[in-house]
Ligand binder design. Sequence first.
Ligand code: ADP
Ligand code: K
Length: 449
Amino acid sequence: MPIFQPELETLPRPKLKALQDERLREQVAYVYERVPFYKQALDERGLKPGDIRGLEDIHKLPFTRKKDLRDTYPFGLFAVPRHELARIHASSGTTGKPTVVGYTKGDLEIFAEVVARSLAAAGAQPGMMLHNAYGYGLFTGGLGLHGGAEKLGMIVVPVSGGMTERQVMLIQDFKPEVICCTPSYAQTLAEEFKKRGVSPEEISLKYAVLGAEPWTEAIRKSVDEGLGVKSTNIYGLSEIIGPGVSNEDVSERDGLSYIWEDHFYPEVVHPETGEPLPEGEVGVLVLTTLTKKAMPVLRYWTGDLTYITREPGASGRTHARMAQIKGRTDDMLIVRGVNVYPTQIEAVLTQIPEVAPHYQIVLRRERTMDEVELKLEVAEPFFREVGAQMLSDEIIEADHRLSALRDKVAHKIKDNIGVSVKVTLLSPGSAPRSEGGKLKRVADLRNLG
Ligand code: ADP
Ligand code: K
């Protein structure tokens, strides 16, 4: 498969390292001068930009965490004046406030380049049509893939997510070669084709570029077979740039994705100590932007668990590869591509006096879609007021006060967090309680067979 930027993607490692050293020095000096957060963080450690001579010194730098973005909401980590910005994106946050990221024109150019590299690695070529079913909007997925596809010279169909029947019709009529979306949505589309009696050979798609949520080889198999495609993994996060931090090569498809290391320097560290781990060991992926201008980040703690290898892959690229994400260190759930923290749900519940903060979140995969059930206790006073002895679906249905409460909770969660949940009201005292240690509020039953 043709490589989009062969001179950079196959740069001999010593040259790549020299480039990274130089860019790291520049990036550190740049943020020290322009972002008070980093000046303070370095000062506190008695560090001057000159102390970071190259990659060997990167471990001296402080981590940046999601909390730091939230604490400086909305633009506190930006390194350029407002008029130099070209775009803003944001991702779902835990406290109702999203995490905001910014781009200069130059950053968008790099974003497009790394996505173009990713698409090319996935099998896409100039002149092919891309059915882009990632969400358009504040989420980086839709516009991110869009820009990269245009850069590569593809024809983009900006479908965005949802309206499955229409998507299937458009794929049948337009005959795109490439699709990008979340892996779970690719499964849904495959099912929809099957329902209509369209066989995988009849579907024009050849390649699928799937990411934004963890997935497994089992899903790959179902998408490959269901759509008649070769699917590859695309990884990224808005804090670094968006999708296109790394991508698998379609001729390799061994779960290892090339990280575009000339722009994003990867480390893997111990989840508790933060100490750098040797190649091949699973830990938290930490990424440093080397060329970002609007919102550079040093040692961003992604929370994603993976390992890295610098063993060269068959494609001839020299960049490090990362394994498929094994999970996350924090309690964040990804439901249909939307990030959800249990604490976010809790925050919504505190606004509703008729319910108690005793709940359990149960995640199931119904066919191919994630289903969320929120089992939630009714508050004692409200329970007495209603005069119920116990709660069941029938009783809730029969009492408009209870069914209205159930619907109110579901609406508030949808409005605040953006996910649809099935709410089951429980009588006081019947949700799980801590038995001494931490309470597991989430039962994730999605990968149990
Ligand atoms: P949002 O927060 O709006 O969902 P982000 O793009 O910032 O948007 O979410 C990034 C997170 O999504 C990553 O840190 C990771 O946990 C997850 N993610 C993205 N791509 C993949 C992938 N290919 N495999 C597993 N997880 C992924
Ligand atoms: K096909």
